[in-house]
Design a protein around this ligand. Sequence first.
Ligand code: HEM
Length: 350
Amino acid sequence: MGAAFDYAKEFKSLGLNAVIKDLRALMTDSQDWWPADFGHYGPFFIRMALALRRHVSRGRRPRRRRRRSAELRAAQQLARQRQPGQGPAVVVADQAEIRRHDLVGRPPHPHGQRCAGVQGFKTFGFGAGRVDTWEPEADIYWGPEGKWLADERYSGDRDLQSPLGAVQMGLIYVNPEGPNGNPDPLAAARDIRETFARMAMNDEETVAPIAGGHTFGKTHGAGDAALVGPEPEAAPIEQQGFGWKSSFRSGKGAAGAGPIPDAYDTSKKHGPSTLTTDLSLRFDPAYEKISRRFHKNPAEFAEAFARAWFKLTHRDMGTIVRYLGPLVPKEHLIWQDPIPAVEPSRTSPP
Ligand code: HEM
């Protein structure tokens, strides 16, 4: 693709339905090297879409920040295996969003997961037109730290250096275990509120995507951190691009006992696992009110999740005229910076 390649123009000739069909097949084609939980990569890809949106949309490559997201490398690896066969290639960032959008119509979960999404959740819409950036831009300020998870960006009364949007280098937002691993849900709530505010999300727009997103997927855990190898960029060449290698068992198979059905073996059950940051949605007084309202009104929760997720994944695309494709919602939203149509009388020279 040379400099003359016009993605917006090419996108018009794309068979979007065929792409969606292809991606649906990808999501339900579990690979032995990274088996899909409950036979569906949907939650896995939602998480990848989230990480990509946080970093790619502004020309950033999600490189230095994703310390905890080894599994996301695997998701990208899966995505690369399948390029839609027809029309121009869809950029990875758009593909991730299409998959996320395609959770619409996903069949009921075999193990009866109760979230609205899995059982016919309606997304708010989808606009293509993201930029794929293959190299990090040289002028991005990632924070003062030179080491994974170093903590040098706070001063005073937990003031996060501007314009950073994550609490530590290597994390997407906040430490899921609580600030610096301190399992205090109220302190974690403070960090969540600040990092989400830096994405222009209010409390409701924070509770909805975290609770909604975590209704879809599960927490795997990565075993003892000491068993995790170097970050992908520092790994041996044959390992690069595959995520953080861990010597903790195989990463496959069922274990444990408890009320939660295993993703691979229905005869086994697990104990539930909840992140400190999930508990923030219960213990922070303002988040708690919203969580309880969502709990009582699932339809309201589904709508708030759909809108917040749409905002999270489209906000950096600029004005709505940049959105491409038949799934762009008709409703214009205030964060899309609506601008009035050009009035010739104002723009023409007198
Ligand atoms: C405070 C913010 C958040 C934190 C700290 C956080 C952290 C995490 C962690 C630690 C996991 C488990 C990974 C593993 O062990 O396999 C996870 C999974 C997941 N998260 Fe979040 N998350 C946050 C917000 C969100 C948001 C806004 C969404 C999107 C709507 C989201 C969607 C998901 C999904 C779908 C999974 C499951 C992935 C899978 O099953 O493979 N998360 N998150």
